[in-house]
Design a protein around this ligand. Structure first.
Ligand SMILES: Nc1ncnc2c1ncn2[C@@H]1O[C@H](COP(=O)(O)OP(=O)(O)OP(=O)(O)O)[C@@H](O)[C@H]1O
Ligand SMILES: [Mg+2]
Length: 263
C-alpha cells in the first residue's frame, strides 16, 4: 500500500534473522506521518522484531542481521553515518512492561535531557511539560521526589511515555503498551495515544484487535509461514486502512486471524 500523505517510515524488502534463522521475511510497507499505525498478528509472527527495526533497537541483539532498507522521513536508518543512539532519541520506544528506572519520578523524566546536556535551569519546565503531555502531572505534582517504582502500573507506563516525550521524539514505537494494564488504565493510555498521534507518528504493536480498531487509522497484519526447512517465518499479509483491514480483510489469513481472536 502506498500512503496518500507524507510518509514517516518506508520499509523495502525488510528481512530479519537471528543467528542465521530468518524470522521476518521481505516486508515492504509505508507508515504514514502522524496518526497511529497498528501491527497485529499471532504470537511469534515477528511483530516485536519488525517494530525494533524502526529505531535500530535490534542492533542490541547479538547475531541479528537485517536485510532490505528502512528509512524514516527519507533518511536510511541503517546508513553507515547514522548513529543508532541519535535515532533512538528521535524515535522513542515504550515496552509492555514499563521500564522505570530505580530513581525518582523527576529523575526518570530528566534522564534523557540530562544525557543530552539540557540546560538545568530549564529542566523543571521540561519535566513538568512532559508529565503534562503524558497526562500524569496532576497525580504526581505534589511529590516528584517519590521513587518511581511505587507508582501503579498505568502510572508507570505514563511515566515512561513522559520520559520519551522529554526528548521531543518524532515517532514513538509501542510494543503492547497496555497488555499488563486493567481496562481503566488501558483506556487512559489509549486516550493518550490518540492525543499524541495528532503531532507524532505512533507505531503500536497490539494483541488487541479492538484496541487497533479504536485508535489506529492504519493496520498491518503479519502471519507465520512454514518454510521448506521446517521453521516458521513471519511475513506481511495485509496493510491498509484499519476500517477495511480489520472489518473486511482482503486476505483469508487476516480473516482467519480475526475469527480466532477473542477479546
Ligand atoms: N533475541 C532473539 N534471539 C533469537 N530469536 C528471537 C529473538 N527475539 C525473537 N526471536 C524469535 O523471532 C521470532 C519472532 O519473535 P517476535 O518476538 O518478534 O514475535 P511477536 O510477533 O512479537 O510475538 P509475541 O506476540 O509473542 O510478542 C520468534 O520465533 C522468536 O522466537
Ligand atoms: Mg512481541
Amino acid at each position: 500500500m502506498t500512503a496518500a500523505g507524507p510518509i514517516a517510515f518506508d520499509l523495502a524488502h525488510v528481512s530479519v534473522s537471528y543467528g542465521g534463522v530468518e524470522v521476518v521475511n521481505d516486508v515492504t510497507m509505508t507508515v504514514p506521518e502522524r496518526g497511529v499505525f497498528a501491527i497485529l498478528g499471532p504470537s511469534g509472527s515477528g511483530k516485536s522484531t519488525l517494530l525494533r527495526t524502526l529505531n535500530r533497537m535490534n542492533d542490541l541483539v547479538a547475531g541479528v542481521r537485517i536485510g532490505g532498507t528502512v528509512s524514516f522521513r527519507g533518511q536510511d536508518l541503517y546508513a553507515p553515518e547514522v548513529e543508532a543512539t541519535a535515532i533512538r532519541q528521535q524515535i522513542g520506544m515504550v515496552f509492555q512492561k514499563p521500564n522505570v528506572f530505580p530513581s525518582s519520578i523527576f529523575d526518570n523524566v530528566a534522564y534523557g535531557p540530562r544525557l543530552h546536556h539540557h540546560r538545568s535551569e530549564a529542566l523543571d519546565d521540561l519535566v513538568r511539560a512532559s508529565l503534562q503531555r503524558a497526562a500524569l502531572w496532576e497525580e504526581v505534582r505534589g511529590d516528584l521526589a517519590k521513587d518511581a517504582r511505587t507508582l501503579s502500573g498505568g502510572q508507570q507506563q505514563r511515566l515512561v511515555l513522559a520520559r520519551c516525550l522529554a526528548l521531543g521524539p518524532q515517532a514513538i514505537l509501542m510494543d503492547e503498551p497496555t497488555s499488563a494494564l486493567d481496562p481503566h488504565a488501558t483506556g487512559h493510555i489509549e486516550e493518550l495515544i490518540t492525543a499524541l498521534a495528532e503531532d507524532c507518528t505512533i507505531v503500536l504493536v497490539t494483541h488487541n484487535v479492538n484496541q487497533a480498531r479504536r485508535v489506529a487509522q492504519t493496520s498491518a497484519v503479519l502471519s507465520t509461514r512454514r518454510t521448506e526447512a521446517g521453521g516458521l517465518v513471519g511475513e506481511l499479509v495485509e496493510v491498509g486502512e484499519t476500517a477495511q483491514v480489520l472489518t473486511a480483510p482482503a486476505d483469508a489469513r487476516t480473516a482467519r486471524f480475526l475469527s480466532e481472536y477473542l477479546d
